[in-house]
Design a protein around this ligand. Structure first.
Ligand SMILES: [Ca+2]
Ligand SMILES: [Ca+2]
Length: 275
C-alpha cells in the first residue's frame, strides 16, 4: 500500500513540478502577492538579565527604512528605545507592533508575509536602560534569485543615540543627545536569538495533486478558506485515505494540518495554497 502511495505521489509531483516552472516565468505576478510566510521566534537571552519590551517590526524595500547603524534615530525608533512606545513607528512608518519577552528564556513568535526584494527590521526596548534597544537591521528575506531564506540571527544591543546612558544614576530619563546609532557600550554580546523559518506557498494545478504540508501547524479552515475550485480533499492517515471534505464548507471544520501531512486535493482551478 505504501509503495502504491509513493508511486502515485511521484506521478502527480512530476507534472506539478513542471507547473511550478511555468509559474516561475510569471514570477512578478506571483511574488507581488506576497506568497511566503515567515514564522519568527525571538528568545530573550539577555545578560545581565532584563526585559525585552514591546516594539515594532517593519517590512520594507529600502535598506535602512526603519533604522541603520551610524545613522540618526527617527521618531519611531526613538520612542521605542526610550519608553517602549511603538505608536510613532506604527502611525508614521506603517510598522506593526511586536510583543514582549519579559525574562531570560521567554520567547515570542510572530508571522509575516513577504515578497522577494523585501527586508525585515525590528526594534524592541531593553528594560532598565535609557535608550538601549534590541534590533534587527534590514535583513534580506530572499536571496537574489528570489528564494526565501530561513536563518538564525544573534541580536545584540544598540544605543539609539537619543539619551545619555545614565540610567544607574538618574533613572529612566537621561539628558537628550544627538548621536548616531551605535553598538551599546554598556551591554555587550548576544542578547536575543531570532529564528526565522520560511514557508513558501504550495501550488496545485487544475485536476488535482498531492500536497505534502510543509508549513507550520494550521487549522484547515485557515489554509483552505477563501480558495475556490476545491472539489475534494483526502488526507493520508499513514495507512489509508480519509475524506476531509467535498466542499470548502466541510473543510472549514475542525481539522488541523501538521508538518509532513500528505493530502490529495481535487480542484478545478489552479490553487495557490498559502502556508
Ligand atoms: Ca544613549
Ligand atoms: Ca528623546
Amino acid at each position: 500500500m505504501r509503495v502504491d502511495v509513493v508511486r502515485a505521489i511521484a506521478l502527480f509531483v512530476i507534472p506539478l513540478a513542471l507547473a511550478m516552472v511555468v509559474l516561475e516565468i510569471e514570477a512578478g505576478r506571483v511574488h507581488a502577492s506576497g506568497l511566503t510566510t515567515f514564522q519568527i521566534t525571538v528568545v530573550n537571552t539577555t545578560s545581565p538579565e532584563t526585559g525585552i519590551t514591546r516594539g515594532a517590526y517593519l517590512i520594507h524595500r529600502e535598506p535602512g527604512a526603519f533604522w541603520s547603524a551610524g545613522a540618526r534615530a527617527n521618531q519611531g525608533l526613538e520612542d521605542i528605545a526610550e519608553f517602549a512606545s511603538p505608536r510613532a513607528a506604527l502611525e508614521q512608518m506603517g510598522a506593526t507592533e511586536l510583543e514582549r519577552a519579559t525574562q531570560r528564556g521567554d520567547r515570542m513568535t510572530f508571522e509575516i508575509e513577504a515578497a522577494p526584494g523585501q527586508y525585515l527590521s525590528t526594534v524592541q526596548m531593553f528594560s532598565m536602560t535609557n535608550d538601549a534597544f534590541l534590533g534587527l537591521e534590514s535583513l534580506a528575506l530572499f536571496s537574489e534569485a528570489g528564494t526565501a531564506i530561513s536563518t538564525t540571527i544573534y541580536l545584540e544591543a544598540w544605543d539609539a543615540g537619543t539619551e545619555e546612558n545614565t540610567f544607574a544614576e538618574t533613572g529612566y530619563s537621561g539628558a537628550a543627545t544627538d548621536e548616531p546609532i551605535l553598538p551599546h557600550p554598556g551591554i555587550q554580546g548576544t542578547q536575543a536569538i531570532m529564528m526565522i523559518e520560511a514557508y513558501p506557498a504550495m501550488l496545485v494545478a487544475p485536476g488535482g495533486g498531492f500536497l505534502s504540508w510543509e508549513g507550520p501547524e494550521r487549522a484547515v479552515e485557515d489554509v483552505f478558506g477563501g480558495l475556490s475550485g476545491i472539489q475534494l480533499v483526502w488526507h493520508w492517515t499513514g495507512n489509508a485515505w480519509e475524506v476531509w471534505g467535498e466542499e470548502p464548507a466541510v473543510l472549514r471544520q475542525s481539522y488541523t494540518l501538521f508538518p509532513g501531512d500528505v493530502l490529495f486535493v481535487l480542484t478545478t482551478e489552479f490553487l495557490v495554497i498559502r502556508t
